[in-house]
Design a protein around this ligand. Structure first.
Ligand code: FES
Length: 95
């Protein structure tokens, strides 16, 4: 059975029912979620909505990726875009 997908910068990301956007991106090997307002790498960090380090745009609206359930067809982008290699992560990039 084919898993549903959402789109991270146009890349289809599969997810399981009830999975958060952050969990699905991490499972797909994407650990850098762009840049925060001060230029630091945005990441999945606390996982409980406390740090806002994972904030992304879902259909243009800022959302915490760790608290937002993935939905089929959703368009997800960095809050503040970073160079593509940083957003997609590189082999060996730590989570
Ligand atoms: S990882 Fe801290 S708010 Fe999402």
């Amino acid at each position: 059975m084919t898993r549903p997908t959402f789109f991270w910068m146009s890349r289809p990301i599969p997810f399981s029912d009830g999975e958060s956007i952050a969990a699905a991106l991490t499972a797909a090997g994407i650990v850098s979620l762009g840049r925060d307002p001060v230029g630091q790498s945005a990441r999945y960090f606390c996982g409980i909505g406390a740090c806002q380090a994972c904030t992304v745009r879902v259909a243009g609206v800022p959302r915490e990726a760790c608290l937002t359930r993935a939905e089929a067809g959703a368009r997800v982008e960095p809050l503040h875009p970073a160079p593509l290699h940083l957003v997609q992560g590189e082999p060996g990039d730590a989570a």
